[in-house]
Design a protein around this ligand. Structure first.
Ligand SMILES: [Zn+2]
Length: 302
């Protein structure tokens, strides 16, 4: 097995998940089983490349269009106010690009914030129903592939997309081909060192949803490999809503450790109530020590 980013064949095995357990959890939480047409058995193995530090999985399994259509129906999948949108807007006001492409624009939540500010704004997404919604907002959005785009852009942005991509080395090449010299590629992805690493079996952080995970070390490797300069690197501060989820998951993992007796269930409920009562106070202190969900890098093409 070789690393999808640097082709190295040396890796660490960092975690394992049983397919049977994952299938049950998907049914329970999302009412469908994304592995139903696959012949997977045994374990899904989480791997970290020794060379570039990227995290990937074996067997590889990537969600297709219908997977994203299902999952984006099930929840508020495309949030309209994200930390990374604000950081990108700051970057835009500093560098003033005349053209911008968003890869994986969903229903256009980000594009509609910046479309008036930039001469030419365009978006692409594989999710056809999201593309239709974006078009209804009057945005220049299509389902075209990177290879089909002929124009170059001063800035390309992509939020929570690069962790889903198959053939990532080609994808970086194709993306950077569309960036003008001195132009910017800004990507936001989940932070593998964020608080989520403390929470177990987060289904959406595994295939077929997330297939790759990038650390700061991986961003440095990418800058080196593709001759880019890192203009900025930022980590999302912990958000209060995520903090509450984090506290609940701590109670649950404790409960798994000590069993599901009635006493333990009552105790867990009680602890959740106490946590909720005091979390507004402890948050102020804890957010200094707990890293949030997302991190962002802006590369400049040399
Ligand atoms: Zn690698």
């Amino acid at each position: 097995m070789k690393c999808p980013l640097c082709n190295n064949d040396k890796y660490f095995i960092t975690d394992k998940f049983q397919f049977e357990e994952l299938k049950t959890l998907w049914q329970k939480r999302h009412k469908f089983d994304p592995f139903s047409n696959q012949n997977f058995s045994g374990d899904l193995v989480k791997i970290k490349c020794v060379n570039c530090d990227i995290i990937y999985f074996s067997p590889a399994f990537f969600g297709e269009k219908d997977f994203y259509e299902k999952i984006s129906d099930n929840q508020s999948y495309y949030g309209s106010n994200k930390w990374e949108f604000d950081v990108a807007i700051d970057t835009i006001s500093e560098y003033k690009p005349k053209s911008l492409l968003e890869i994986g624009c969903g229903d256009g939540c980000f594009l509609e914030k910046v479309v008036i500010a930039i001469d030419h704004c365009e978006g692409i997404d594989i999710n056809l129903s999201a593309v239709e919604k974006a078009k209804k907002k009057g945005l220049n959005v299509s389902a075209s592939s990177l290879k089909a785009i002929k124009q170059k852009f001063d800035m390309i942005v992509s939020f929570e997309v690069f962790e889903h991509i198959e053939n990532i080395a080609d994808f970086f090449n194709d993306t950077l081909h569309l960036v003008e010299k001195d132009g910017i590629l800004l990507i936001a992805v989940p932070n593998p060192n964020g608080y989520l690493k403390e929470m177990d079996a987060n289904l959406l952080d595994l295939p077929p949803h997330h297939n790759l995970s990038y650390s700061k070390k991986t961003f440095d490797f990418i800058a080196d490999k593709y001759k880019l300069k890192i203009l900025e690197y930022k980590q999302e501060p912990l958000r209060y809503i995520h903090y509450n989820g984090y506290l609940n998951s701590l109670v649950d993992s404790d409960r798994r450790l000590y069993g599901n007796s009635i006493t333990n269930s009552i105790l867990a409920k009680f602890r959740k109530i106490v946590f909720r009562l005091f979390s507004i106070l402890t948050f102020v202190q804890d957010r200094k020590n707990i890293i949030g969900q997302t991190h962002l890098v802006a590369f400049q093409k040399m």
